[in-house]
Design a protein around this ligand. Structure first.
Ligand SMILES: [Fe+2]
Length: 278
């Protein structure tokens, strides 16, 4: 069974401002094609933008809907805090695994986009996830900025790792630990990878990381969404031009990874990283 990362959904009351930031400041490209496939008569018709984030990965910026659970009759509301989405080629096998481990889910069936069979659930920390089955060839979108990982910062590393590795089916990379730079942050971190190289990082929460590094953004409090960029200097220049402050950590937690951290207009913590040839 295949399970790959597919999109990150930001649910927001500021769709215009958020999409302008992700498009014009960070440089993601918008797709109009997916909008044309939307189903809007099943309890959600909010303004939604679809941005391409490298390969088959996407960013969705959707109007927050506090009452979506009430409208659909499902207990998980994917449009409250947003969600991280995975695509699989065998949703029935995944459902069987969730059942086996007593993980409940809301089975939406084909919902919101034609041909997208979707279930929604919570991971052990209460992060909202989507798992979808879609019978389509993966996209291979080239982009100067690509979604790379979702970092979950948690006091629950073991249980979270079990969930993403043994229930969802991502592969754990032990080798990535060899590249770690232990500095102000030496918390246990687990690296889970899909077959496209996209990742989920499960890291020990560090409430005081900002205090230790003297940087104003603490990437290990609420976790973060990370993008890999081809030209970090160009992105930094656009951030400065747009008055977006960032914490420039330099080559910080992993050998060869030059990292800056910042907030998007909704206060989500983002990492932008540039890879140095080792
Ligand atoms: Fe990260």
């Amino acid at each position: 069974m295949k399970v790959t990362l597919h999109h990150y959904n930001f649910s927001t009351n500021h769709v215009e401002e958020m999409s302008s930031f992700y498009k014009n400041v960070l440089g993601l490209e918008e797709s109009m094609e997916i909008s044309g496939e939307r189903i809007t008569d099943q309890g959600y018709a909010g303004d939604t933008r679809f941005l391409l984030a490298g390969g088959d990965y996407q960013v969705h910026i959707a109007t927050r809907d506090l009452f979506n659970g009430h409208k659909t009759g499902h207990y998980v509301n994917p449009l409250l805090t947003g969600h991280l989405a995975f695509r699989t080629d065998d949703i029935e096998e995944l459902k069987a695994r969730l059942d086996k481990h007593n993980v409940p889910y809301s089975d939406f069936g084909e919902w919101s986009i034609k041909g997208w069979y979707q279930i929604f659930l919570y991971d052990p920390d209460g992060n909202c996830l989507e798992i979808q089955q879609v019978n389509a060839e993966p996209e291979d979108h080239k982009s100067d900025i690509q979604l790379h990982h979702r970092n979950f910062s948690t006091n629950n590393v073991e249980e979270m790792t079990f969930f993403y590795r043994d229930i969802l089916g991502l592969t754990e990379s032990k080798e990535m630990n060899n590249g770690r730079i232990l500095n102000e942050y030496d918390g246990e971190t687990r690296f889970l990878i899909d077959e496209n190289g996209n990742q989920v990082h499960i890291a020990t929460r560090d409430l005081h990381n900002g205090f230790k590094t003297k940087h104003y953004v603490n990437p290990l409090l609420t976790g973060h969404v990370a993008f890999r960029v081809n030209d970090i200097e160009a992105v930094k220049k656009r951030l400065v031009e747009n008055n977006v402050a960032f914490s420039d950590m330099g080559e910080w937690s992993i050998e060869g990874w030059y990292q800056i951290f910042l907030y998007d207009p909704d206060g989500n913590v983002l990492e932008l990283q540039h890879i140095r040839e080792l």
